[in-house]
Design a protein around this ligand. Structure first.
Ligand SMILES: CC(C)[C@H](C(=O)O)[C@@H](O)C(=O)O
Ligand code: SF4
Length: 469
């Protein structure tokens, strides 16, 4: 029997046609929509008077531009005019094309990549796209998921298909047991550190090995989420009993006889034992330390016990990027990361704002107070349902007693498109996925890390090794 990788199986089952020039037409089972990347697509369809081909295959939710305070005010409560218009336009567009929308005041609202899996809109074996690069997140459920551009959003709305090229396959194997305080975030940051931000360009990454098998679906989402930060278009984890337990009873999951049929099919969503990958990378997860980025790209990452690099160790022509990053970050060559004073803490984003992330933070900050050095520490749940769950479990009280601000769901300070921003020069311990210049606000300095490490930084007021807490 031919041996196929998971990616190849998902691909073959969705190809509608092969096109001249090496592209294929791929059937798209699920399309998720947010307010930032969709307006032109809707406008163009309106101009051409084209309807949505399958409105019910879509789901829209505003997340990027939404405020994380005063949410009871709904859309009129959005202070920024542009943001208000974006959210309003999403509502209007969905009404016009009869596309289901989870609106701002709906309890299920949240970051599109948190909402999809939570609602069972993301299912094993399907193809899923969204006009957002972190759509790779959904691959944690053995879903072929990819970020697309605005013109492709239009194409998917109109035809329920995507023109795309087949990716190469990269298997990233993690062996060994993670140390206490070391998480999926550290695994993926270490991977990006080794591969570089363009290291997996043109590939779909499948995460495998016993470390990955031991991870929860939420942690697998953290891995898949940041695949794009290594240049990969998609991330995948094979279907197993962990996946099955996660999907069961989700609102969009099949039930009754359909559940049995579906799971019988889903159990085949694994790479065959002798399937050939185009490339393989192996990591010793047991030797991993908590990771922290020091620079302005996710690949500029070191273990927390490490230090910033020294550009002088590179040939003269190659120093520019490091020098610029160090200058922007206000750091010097060879400076240790541990002990670096932090101004703000952001715990949130589609990488790390699910309930398990919040439980981990709560377990560390319970009964403690934020360091007086910290100007502000915010915790932004990935969805309204995560927020509700955290409140039920008493986590929100723990956060507030410790001095954190407890907010409503959205992308928040992951990117400066809403009210939550860094001021110039401020240094932030952040659980998000991008540390580009100005990403969290003009002149802001971002250090990416796990929720556990961000919690440790909040208590210590400086970057600190969570293993010592
Ligand atoms: C605004 C949106 C299109 C963008 C993305 O594609 O990823 C954003 O979510 C991000 O994280 O930078
Ligand atoms: S949380 Fe951040 S990375 Fe995720 S979709 Fe929103 S802006 Fe993009």
């Amino acid at each position: 029997m031919t041996q196929q990788t998971l990616y190849e199986k998902l691909w073959d089952r969705h190809v509608v046609d092969t096109l001249p020039g090496g592209e294929a037409l791929l059937y798209i089972d699920r399309h998720l929509i947010h307010e930032v990347s969709s307006p032109q697509a809707f406008a163009s369809l309106r101009e051409k008077q084209r309807p949505a081909w399958r409105p019910d295959a879509n789901m829209a939710v505003p997340d990027h531009a939404v405020p994380t305070r005063n949410r009871e005010l709904g859309v009129p409560g959005i202070r920024d005019g542009l943001a208000r218009q974006q959210v309003r336009r999403l509502e209007d567009n969905c009404r016009d094309l009869r596309i289901p929308l989870i609106n701002l005041t709906d309890q299920r609202q949240g970051i599109v990549h948190v909402v999809g899996p939570e609602q069972g809109l993301t299912l094993p074996g399907i193809t899923l796209v969204c006009g957002d690069s972190h759509t790779s997140t959904h691959g944690a459920l053995a879903t072929l998921s990819m970020g697309i551009g605005t013109s492709e959003v239009e194409h998917v709305l109109a035809t329920q298909t995507l023109r795309t090229r087949k990716l190469k396959t990269l298997r990233v194997l993690f062996h060994g047991e993670l140390d206490e305080g070391v998480t999926a975030k550290d695994m993926v940051l270490a991977m990006i550190g080794r591969l570089g931000t363009a290291g997996a360009t043109g590939y779909a990454i499948e995460y495998a090995g016993e470390t990955v098998e031991q991870l929860s679906v939420e942690a697998r989402m953290t891995l898949c989420n940041m695949s794009i930060e290594a240049g990969a278009r998609a991330g995948l984890v094979a279907y197993d009993a962990v996946t099955e337990a996660y999907v069961r009873d989700r609102p969009g999951a099949p039930d009754g006889a359909e559940w049995d049929q579906a799971t019988a099919h889903w159990r085949g969503l694994v790479s065959d034992p002798r399937a050939r990958f185009d490339r393989e990378e192996v990591f010793d997860a047991g030797a991993l330390e908590p990771q922290v980025t020091w620079g302005t790209s996710p690949e500029m990452v070191v273990p927390v016990t490490g230090q910033t690099p020294d550009p002088r160790t590179l040939p003269a022509g190659a120093r520019g990027e490091l020098e610029r990053a160090l200058a922007y970050m206000g750091l010097t060559p060879g400076q240790p990361l541990e002990g670096l004073p932090i101004d703000r803490v952001f715990i949130g984003s589609c990488t790390n704002a699910r309930i398990e992330d919040l439980r981990q933070v709560a377990s560390l900050v319970r009964g403690h107070r934020l360091s007086p050095r910290i100007k502000q520490a915010i915790i932004v749940p990935g969805s309204g349902l995560v927020r509700l769950q955290a409140e039920r479990e008493g986590l929100a009280d723990i956060f507030e007693c410790a001095g954190f601000e407890w907010r409503a769901a959205g992308c928040s300070m992951c990117l400066g498109m809403n009210d939550d921003r860094l001021a110039p020069g401020e240094r932030c311990a952040s659980t998000s996925n991008r540390n580009f210049e100005g990403r969290q606000g003009k002149g802001g300095r971002t250090h990416l890390m796990s929720p556990a490490m961000a919690a440790a930084a909040a208590l210590a007021g400086v970057i600190t090794d969570v293993r010592g807490l």
